[in-house]
Design a protein around this ligand. Structure first.
Ligand code: CP
Ligand code: NVA
Length: 323
């Protein structure tokens, strides 16, 4: 007997932030991702046959671009990509006009943009699903792949401690934390005041996680953040578009580098995660990222599996998929 959990509620929806989906929907996407990861390519080809995904990127990308393109191809659909001068949201026309035009060509749209607000306007006006492929405020596709990776390591998210150290205000930290508390994990941020999540975001995480047993705390001391954690996660100290702050970030975030000494405070079974690209020697040492507990390349692979699940859930009714 097949249970088709996410189908009625996700088809046609947008994903701009992790919190656009419920805990149950997130869990259904993860089940679908694990299911698709375990199937042969010949079983997947029909899922998105005849569908076109438009991908519009204002910033560079390796993983997001290629994993979406391969995911779409392996599911039988195809991708149209525009970057840089060809697409900058709101520059040649309003986000609303661009959204209405593109909705007539494509079955779904992935956008990577600097500021989040024009993306939200674009999504509001679009009549096909819009997926955030990274904005300054969120990176939900990364977080879904991260949850898949943690589940593969531990079997569950519930009850785990996920420590994020470094720039705890950035897109990856925000989406990771939302996904982790929705899945019932405890999030520890380790960051100086300049990079600590706002009190309002911490309060939001508390509300979001409470029904699921998830919670979040911020520590100035990186050792306290990491102590006993099951997952230690970091990202670049300076995100795309914030290059003017790079020197300041290097100075204040140096004590938050994930090196062997800091990682040793985590649980003995802890895994190391990074969304990549990594700046080796800055936020993480070679020794940690190349260590036996590092899962960064599985994380990168899981972008593709997670996005297959997301695309299938947003674009189809998932009829016949046993999840
Ligand atoms: N992790 C990630 O989003 O990588 P790209 O910037 O290469 O897409
Ligand atoms: N925080 C980083 C993530 C890159 C995938 C950035 O926005 O540049």
């Amino acid at each position: 007997m097949y249970a088709v959990a996410p189908a009625p509620r996700l088809q046609g929806r947008n994903l701009l932030r992790v919190s656009d989906v419920t805990a149950e929907e997130l869990s259904a996407i993860l089940r679908l991702a694990a299911y698709l990861k375990g199937r042969g390519l010949n079983e997947q080809l029909a899922l998105l046959r005849g569908k076109t995904l438009a991908m519009l990127f204002e910033k560079p990308s390796l993983r997001t671009r290629v994993s979406f393109e391969v995911a779409m191809t392996q599911l039988g659909g195809h991708v149209v990509f525009a970057q840089g001068n060809e697409f900058s949201i709101g520059s040649r026309e309003t986000p609303e006009d661009a959204a209405r035009v593109l909705s007539r060509y494509a079955h779904a749209i992935v956008i990577r943009t600097h500021t989040h607000e024009p993306l939200a306007r674009f999504a509001e006006a679009a009549t096909v699903p819009v997926i955030n492929g990274l904005s300054a405020a969120a990176h939900p596709c990364q977080a879904i792949a991260d949850m898949l990776t943690i589940e593969e390591s531990f079997g569950t998210l519930a009850g785990l401690c996920v420590a994020y150290v470094g720039d705890a205000r950035n897109n990856v930290a925000i989406s990771l934390a939302e996904a982790a508390v929705l899945a019932g994990a405890t999030v520890h941020f380790g960051a100086p005041n300049s990079h600590r999540p706002s009190e309002s975001f911490l309060a939001w995480l508390k509300r979001l996680g409470k029904p699921h047993g998830g919670s979040a705390r911020a520590f100035a001391n990186p050792v306290r953040a990491v102590r006993g954690a099951d997952v230690v996660y970091t990202d670049v100290w300076t995100s795309m578009g914030e290059e003017a702050l790079a020197e300041r970030n290097r100075a204040v975030l140096a004590p938050y580098r994930v090196d062997k000494a800091l990682f040793a405070h985590a649980a003995p079974h802890a895994i190391f995660m990074h969304c990549l690209p990594a700046h080796r020697g800055e936020e993480v040492t070679d020794e940690v990222i190349e260590g036996t507990r590092s899962v960064v390349f599985t994380q990168a692979e899981n972008r593709m599996h997670a996005q297959k699940a997301l695309l299938a859930a947003l674009l189809t009714d998932l009829r016949g998929i046993p999840i």
